[in-house]
Design a protein around this ligand. Structure first.
Ligand code: CP
Length: 305
């Protein structure tokens, strides 16, 4: 796990936050949610969004959050930036700092790059918007905030994290945060996608056993772009064995809810008709991404809450 000093800087590299720090972010997110027309507070402050991997939800919700806070938003065109001419990532960040950027929101292929950049003090706050297979802290925060909103508390909740565990930054960040709140994460999915490191943090259970007890199921997208070998036979076979179907939803406790970080492969991780099921929180997660990211940006600018 990445270790960073928290409470002293506004960087957000992973969910190595205390429960109190996360609760403070939830409180700010709730204030923003209750006044959705909220505008302003950070006029003249600059945010730069650097997305070196594809994104829809994270990219757009950060941009909406930045605009709602009144920030000026710069979106780097990565394909036309000087990184293609060989500029180092550190020099790109120092350049952003020199032109007055306050906070950089970064999606990157990973390898611990952001933690290394924090150590080198680039002069701006860094926010991880999804780093390879490593971490996706704002996704975990919005996932937990969605559960907190629905259940009123997180302690004791059994959350079944199901799917491509081996390649999932979402699973990694969620495990850390769920444990900080005293929730009970359990893992499930194909044998070929299990991750021994994650199983140090939470037990692996057969799917039906995990679902039977789950207050929430968190489905993970198959990260095909990160697979080095064939890990499943076909999307239809994956769905038959590990997808959330109406029958499997029936086996969950009646109060159990569905989460998925998106993008969703309808008919693979989940039956397409369940995406908008009354027990699905998938689009609540997307909406909550805006409020959580406003809180994270505020923390970034203020140097911690
Ligand atoms: N959940 C998530 O990170 O989605 P995007 O890749 O669309 O940002």
């Amino acid at each position: 796990m990445i270790q960073i000093q928290t409470g002293q800087t506004g960087h957000l590299i992973d969910t190595e936050l205390t429960r109190g720090e996360m609760e403070a972010l939830f409180e700010r997110a709730s204030i923003f949610r209750r006044s959705p027309a909220h505008r302003g507070g950070y006029e003249g402050r600059l945010a730069a969004n650097l997305f070196f991997e594809p994104s829809t939800r994270t990219r757009l919700s950060f941009e909406v959050a930045e605009r709602k806070l009144g920030m000026e938003v710069l979106c780097l065109d990565e394909g036309r930036s000087s990184s293609v001419k060989g500029e180092s990532f550190y020099d790109t960040l120092r350049t952003l700092s020199a032109v007055g950027v306050d906070v950089a929101v970064i999606r990157h292929s990973g390898g611990g790059l952001l933690a290394e950049m924090v150590k080198r003090s680039p002069g701006i706050a860094l926010v991880n918007a999804g780093e390879g297979e490593g971490g996706h802290p704002t996704q975990a925060l919005l996932d937990l905030y969605t559960l907190y909103q629905h259940f009123g508390a997180l302690s004791g909740l059994l959350v079944a994290i199901v799917g491509d565990l081996r390649h999932s930054r979402v699973a990694r960040s969620n495990l850390c945060a769920l444990r900080a709140f005293g929730a009970q994460p359990v893992l499930s999915g194909p044998e070929s996608m299990r991750d021994p490191a994650l199983e140090q943090e939470a037990p692996y259970l057969p799917l039906d056993e995990a679902l039977r007890q789950a207050d929430a199921v968190m489905l993970l997208r198959i990260q095909l772009e990160r697979h080095q070998e064939e890990l499943f036979t076909s999307p239809a076979d994956y769905h038959r064995q590990f997808g959330l179907t109406s029958e499997r939803l029936e086996r969950m406790p009646a109060h159990g809810v569905i989460l998925h970080p998106g993008p969703v492969n309808r008919g693979v991780e989940i039956d397409g008709q369940l995406v908008e099921h009354p027990r699905s929180k998938i689009f609540d997660q997307v909406e909550n991404g805006v409020w959580i990211r406003m809180a994270v940006l505020e923390r970034a600018i203020e140097g911690g809450l």
